[in-house]
Design a protein around this ligand. Structure first.
Ligand SMILES: Cc1cc2nc3c(=O)[nH]c(=O)nc-3n(C[C@H](O)[C@H](O)[C@H](O)COP(=O)(O)OP(=O)(O)OC[C@H]3O[C@@H](n4cnc5c(N)ncnc54)[C@H](O)[C@@H]3O)c2cc1C
Length: 387
């Protein structure tokens, strides 16, 4: 195995670094869970796309650079190094985009991918329902076929960024007689369509990071269906693979957190109790490096024609638990100061840790809870009985 980067990869890294150093906003953008911050992030994504950096792994015809996964990881490292803004259209570019490449028609790819790359259209994910979270096969929202249209009824919930997004990719029951994962269909829904109501859900911090989406006789053309009618589960599992596997959480962000944690430790180690966090800091650094190496290994395997499958569940558990452990160590190092909100005058850079910790708490829940991932590992990787 050759662990060195090639000359081509080094040149790509240098080009990305130069562009990012010149273009990344000097000041952090407001939270993307606010109207103002959402708009600012959308503007940034447009700029990113103008430089053809929005989705480097996509083909040039859809705004990308045709990079392989190693180059994509290099770009992610440079993006994190530059302190560039979070990706407001992550559900689009990292989840729906690759699914469209696999299941979309040529017309759908041409219609949706370029506007996704530029974030002219920002996407939300509409899978969960009040009684269908972990048990996604319990989905009850329906899409009834009427001629060239589907008529949508029912409710979705916990749709991240849907309060401000333009489109929703939903899984809906098209066969009313069907049960469980049969009879579901993957449908792309414009959020401004008549009969679609978006109700923002304020979070604990007051920001509207989520929304519920209600369908009441909403009509969308049949051409908005991704994959065959009734094949929604199969299409959704491809999306979930991208979500849990490689795309959603690249290693650079965790390496950056581990580096910040090490800096925090150096600064705080003389504080009461801080020395007790030494092992956690070292563990964080080792874990983030291990995650990086394993991701490069997976990327190399995929480039050679391999697949990821149920193994994606191992990945999801690893990054979510690592993120939480790193933030818990940060909070413990800060002691009572960890409770200061970012706007408090004494907070300094401390507010970032609380914010990061709160988000890390959600990691074991979104993209399928870690208990569900453990079920997948038990049954599909270890071959253990279901009961
Ligand atoms: C930050 C965040 C962002 C999200 N964004 C989106 C989004 O954009 N779009 C979207 O559709 N959804 C989104 N979700 C929802 C998320 O997918 C669900 O919360 C998740 O699937 C769990 O479903 P639930 O909340 O209904 O919990 P439940 O399914 O009711 O689970 C409750 C508890 O029971 C456990 N449990 C349930 N079944 C089993 C089982 N068979 N074996 C073992 N344990 C089990 C679970 O692990 C969990 O601990 C988001 C959630 C969060 C936290």
């Amino acid at each position: 195995m050759d662990l060195e980067f090639t000359d081509r990869e080094k040149a790509f890294r240098a080009e990305a670094r130069t562009w990012l150093e010149t273009n990344v906003p000097a000041k952090p953008l407001p939270s993307m869970d606010t109207e103002e911050g959402f708009a600012a992030h959308r503007e940034w994504e447009t700029k990113l796309n103008e430089g053809r950096w929005s989705m480097v792994s996509w083909p040039a015809e859809y705004g990308g650079r045709g990079c392989n996964l190693i180059e994509w990881l290099i770009f992610e490292e440079e993006y994190s190094r530059a302190g560039a803004p979070g990706r407001v259209n992550q559900n689009g570019i990292f989840l729906l985009g690759p699914t469209l490449m696999e299941y979309g028609t040529d017309e759908q790819k041409a219609r949706f991918l370029p506007k996704m790359a530029s974030s002219e259209e920002v996407w939300a994910q509409g899978w969960s329902e009040p009684n269908a979270g972990s048990d996604m096969a319990a989905i009850r929202a329906t899409a009834r076929r009427e001629g060239d249209e589907y008529v949508l009824e029912g409710q979705k919930t916990w749709c991240s960024r849907a309060a401000f997004a333009d489109w929703l990719f939903a899984i809906l029951r098209t066969d009313p007689e069907s049960e469980r994962h049969h009879g579901l269909t993957f449908i792309l829904v414009p959020l401004d369509a008549e009969g679609v109501e978006v109700r923002p859900i304020p979070q604990l911090d007051g920001e509207t990071g989520f929304a519920e989406v209600f369908f009441d006789n909403a009509r969308v053309p049949v051409t908005n269906r991704l994959g065959d009618e009734g094949a929604g589960w199969k299409v959704a599992m491809a999306t979930a693979g991208f979500e849990r596997g490689l795309m959603l959480r690249s290693p650079a962000r965790y390496q950056a957190t581990a580096a910040r944690l090490a800096e925090l430790y150096k600064r705080e180690r003389d504080a009461v109790g801080a020395a007790g966090q030494r092992d956690a800091v070292v563990q964080a650094w080792m874990d983030s490096e291990a995650y990086c190496l394993n991701t490069y290994r997976t990327a190399s395997r995929l480039i050679d024609g391999g697949t990821i499958g149920a193994e994606a569940s191992l990945n999801k558990i690893f990054w979510s638990e690592m993120d939480l452990a790193m933030h818990e160590a940060g909070m413990a190092l800060l002691g009572t100061r960890a409770e200061l909100l970012p706007e408090a005058s004494a907070a300094g850079d401390v507010g970032d840790w609380l914010d990061g910790f709160q988000f890390a708490l959600a990691g074991p829940i979104y993209a399928g809870t870690n208990q569900i991932q453990r079920n997948v590992i038990a049954e599909r990787l270890l071959g253990l009985p279901r009961k």
